[in-house]
Write a protein that binds this ligand. Sequence first.
Ligand code: MG
Length: 423
Amino acid sequence: MRTPIRITAIRPTTVAVPLEAPLRHANGAHWGRFVRTIIEVETDAGITGLGEMGGGGESAEAAVRGLQSYLVGHDVMRLEALRFAIANPTASLYNNRTQMLAAIEFACLDIIGHALDVPVHALLGGKLRDRVPFASYLFFRFPIDDAGTHEVRTPEQLVAHARALKVAYGFGSHKLKGGVFPPRHELACYRALAEAFPDDTVRFDPNAAFAIEEAIRFGHAIADLRNDYYEDPTWGLNGMRQVRAAVPIRLATNTVIVNFEQLAANLRDPAVDVVLLDTTFWGGVRACVKAAGVCETMQTGISVHSSGELGIQLATMLHLGAVLPNLSFAADAHYHHLRDDVIRGGKLPYQGGAIAVPDAPGLGVTLDHERVARYGELYRRTGGYAYDRDPSRPGWYPLVPNGDWADPAVPSPKLAFAWEANA
Ligand SMILES: [Mg+2]
């Protein structure tokens, strides 16, 4: 009879890790750093597991600490029980703990892996590949100084940025995050990108900011390019279905299919061709593996989504990507935009556009407590930021669909935080 490994404590720590430059998106921006909550789950076996989730600050830390009364004493190997213990679907109408469930699941998988001396991918069925390919994830960016360093606003700046990333990391697919500037400008940028890399594939994601008619117009204007897919051009399953009927490109989403109910709805009445699986949004790595199995059965495409990870969540994406037979697209990661990481040894390296799947026990990454302290201090000095606001446009907030775009003729201003990025 196996001895249970029981949770004894859950320790959240919020960190702010600087980005190379602030990243613009349809809802606002990442203002110069990622704020993430690192979660350490301690056990009576003396093994500590690592989890990670988005957002942060006192409220996230308090919410995670609030789970202690539910989880102290829980056996980490009882992962299905964990799901119902803190994220029962009807109880969740009163509290949404999906992202916390994910972070705790990551830590439990890490603990189980250490206890059995196997990597997490071995717990998920075993790896089918040693490396997971990633796309370059290109954003329009604010500069970090008055000279315009790292700004991305024009087609020329975008292509130069993509060339630099391709040289540094070897990407063979390029994703442009749009929904910032008028569609006509973003179309020029996207076409310039595709034409600069004729042998690579491209993907465009305006974060559902387009009206249906705009999404159809834009889709026709890019239909001749080597698109992997057209990601969330408009909002909602019913909006996506209308675009899909009118545009000859496969549609992808990370917004309107993030749970099994929505996946089932899409199978009954298809609106999306490629489901981008996010280990946080879906409530854990195992939920993504299950969803990928449904998609394999129904021949729906999949890829791995990025919600702004540090090395712990990146490890979950690598283990997920390693075990999916039907992974036919490069995964997305924000990772290359970070200046550093909280794991020992710093950022995991890219080679040939891919990152090696960790084979060490558990998630295969170790927390660097000196870095956690440094970036915990940076968080305390700089605080959170309004992800859903554009720091260059006071009073603006995004409508869906949007029509109030940033002006591409105006050089982007330097943000107050940018100096921190050089600290
Ligand atoms: Mg997306």
